[in-house]
Every structure is written in C-alpha cells, then in structure tokens.
Design a protein around this ligand. Structure first.
Ligand code: FAD
Length: 308
C-alpha cells in the first residue's frame, strides 16, 4: 500500500534530481514509508543513452528512456511524488532545509542531492543528435566493448584525453587522440607513443556527414574517416546547491561524502554522478540505496526509534 502522497510544501525528504540515483532513492524511501518529493530539472544524463549494454539484468540492452520510465513507475508505485522543476536555492532554517521550487518554499527534514553532471560536448555540428545515435560517445566504460577493432578518434583537451585513448587501446589498435586544447595542457603525450596511439594536434573545423552519420573529421583542409568518435572533454558536477550550504567539495568539483553518502552538512546526502567519477547507472543506484537507507535510519535515530 503506497504511503500517502507527500505534502508538496513539507515532504519529510526532498530528493533533487530524477535520474537513476534520485529515482532509486525515491523508491527506497517510499518503501521505508517516508513522504518523499522528487524535484527534477529535466534531461537527466541517462536519457541520452541510445542503448546500454552494461545495465545489469538486460543482456540485450535497454535504452536510457526505458530505464527512466521503469524507475519512475517503480517510485510512483510506492507513493513518491515527482515534480518537474529546478530547485533554485537551498538553505537551512533551524532544523529544516528550505528549497525554492516552482515559486514556493519547500521545507523538509533531509535532502538527497542526485543532481548529476553536465557534459562538455565537442563543438561539432549536430553533436547532440550524434550522441543520441551513438556516433559520438561519451563513456568508454559504458560502451568501449562496442568499439572493438574499430577506427576510433578521441577528442581531448588535456591529459584526460590521453587516459581515455589508452583505455580504448584494450579494444582497438587504431586509436587516434585529437588534441583540441592548448599545447601545454597535454603533458602525458610521451605515453601515446608507448601505447601506439596516434596524436593529432588540431582544432576540428569540419565534419563529413553521410545522412546523419559522422563519417569523418576535418582539420586544416584534411579529412580522416573514423568509425567512432569519443569525446573526452570532461564534465561539470551540479554541486552548486550543496556549495551554498558549505558542503565539502573535492578538487574535481564533486561532493565529498562518507561511506553512507552523508555530505559534511548534517541532513544533506548525495548520490550518483555528482559524487563519483565512475559515472555509471549501477554506481548511481548503489549509492542511492546506501544513501536512502542512511537517511531513513538517521531520521529514526533523531526520532528516538533506534534500538542499539
Ligand atoms: C551518452 C551517454 C551514454 C551513457 N551510457 C551509459 C551506459 O551504457 N551505462 C551506464 O551505466 N551509464 C551510462 N551513462 C552514464 C549514466 O547516464 C549516468 O551515470 C547516470 O545517468 C547518472 O545518474 P544520476 O541520477 O546521478 O544523474 P542524471 O541521470 O544526470 O540525473 C540528474 C538529474 O538531476 C536534475 N537536476 C540537476 N540540478 C537540479 C536542480 N537544481 N533541481 C532539480 N533537478 C536538478 C537534472 O535535471 C537531471 O534530471 C551514459 C551517459 C551518457 C551521457
């Protein structure tokens, strides 16, 4: 039996973000019979996934949209409320957090940040469609397997590009790093020779399309054909709301949490891409399960309901 829907202005728990992390946390919390409101700014990263082949339990793959649809249905089945809208600010008022959402104040006992990251896309025409069609890829951990024996280009602007190109050597001997950043940002290029990775230093100024398909990249009047293009231009974590509360943030801009997903601010938890560089759905959902359980137990503790 679902718990009664949360009061829109005073849920016990506010989850910010309805990607895999936020939706998993919402399901756990609703099943702990907590009133939970999930606020979502839209376009979770997971909706970009054309077909994931490494999602546990889906041997023939599943689209990002289908993953989100199933997770949303599961959270709602147990009474979680999901509301479209970006949380504009978050502050503390006594023993409550106060969030600004859709023109009103939402007061809550605890908050889980599952706000993800923003990808830095390469400056290529039609790049968003190319990502949706898996022609430009973001994450070799997700889909490097599908690059096996292909001619692969990695677009990088610093040593992250070198690391990503070296990761892809597991799959293919034909890996080219196209460095589009400033020369001094590439310090690990000595490794490229050792690993048999070609280096091109040039801004990409053209792409060749076959219908919608990116078939070649161009620079300085030259075109080269590639089967697959990876972008290794990095991401920016959506950690501003926590930063405003004084939560500890690592050098990479991600939120620092303990083993139970607690940030350095009591009552504020975080899970998913905003926490960990290993941006994977399995990781986001695991962290959400750990964080949601800690939130429930910490509230039980505050209410004097824990027996030791
Ligand atoms: C092209 C592509 C392919 C991928 N393929 C795979 C794959 O095959 N396998 C795999 O495991 N992973 C894959 N990933 C990675 C996977 O999508 C992420 O690891 C996962 O989505 C992280 O989940 P999350 O809930 O942390 O963040 P997200 O899914 O990004 O969700 C974050 C949500 O928070 C919301 N939000 C942010 N700020 C606010 C705010 N202030 N107020 C309200 N809402 C807010 C956003 O709008 C967004 O909806 C892929 C990613 C991309 C881009």
């Amino acid at each position: 039996m679902p718990v009664s829907a949360s009061h829109p202005d005073a849920p016990e728990i506010l989850v910010i973000g309805a990607g895999p992390a936020g939706l998993t946390a919402a399901t756990y919390l609703a099943r702990f019979r907590r009133q939970v409101l999930v606020a979502d700014g839209g376009s979770p990263r997971a909706c970009w996934i054309p077909l994931s082949h490494n999602m546990p339990g889906f041997p023939h793959g599943i689209t990002g949209d289908a993953i989100l649809r199933r997770m949303t249905e599961q959270a709602q089945e147990y009474g979680a409320t999901i509301e479209p809208g970006a949380v504009g600010s978050l502050h503390r008022d006594g023993d409550r957090f106060v969030a600004r959402l859709n023109g009103r104040e939402v007061r809550t006992r605890a908050v889980l940040l599952a706000t993800g990251v923003v990808d830095h896309h390469p400056d290529l025409p039609g790049v968003e469609r190319a990502i949706e069609r898996a022609q430009v890829r973001i994450c070799p951990i997700c889909d490097g397997y599908e690059a096996t024996d292909k001619a692969v280009a990695v677009i990088g602007c610093d040593d992250t590009g070198v690391r990503e190109a070296s990761f892809l050597r597991t799959y293919s001997r034909r890996v080219t790093l196209i460095h589009v950043g400033p020369p001094e940002a590439l310090t690990a290029n000595g490794e490229l020779d050792r690993l048999g990775i070609e280096l091109i230093r040039a801004p990409i100024d053209n792409v060749r399309l076959d219908g919608d398909r990116v078939t070649a990249l161009g620079w300085n009047g030259t075109f080269r054909a590639f089967d697959l293009v990876y972008s290794a231009l990095g991401t920016s974590p959506n950690a501003q709301l926590a930063g405003g509360l004084g939560a500890a943030v690592g050098e990479d801009g991600r939120l620092v949490v303990d083993g139970h997903q607690r940030t350095s601010v009591p009552g504020l938890y975080a899970a998913g891409d905003v926490v960990r560089g290993l941006n994977q759905i399995a990781v986001a959902t695991a962290e959400a399960a750990i964080g949601a359980t800690a939130m429930h137990n910490d509230l039980r503790e505050a209410d004097g309901l824990v027996v030791r």
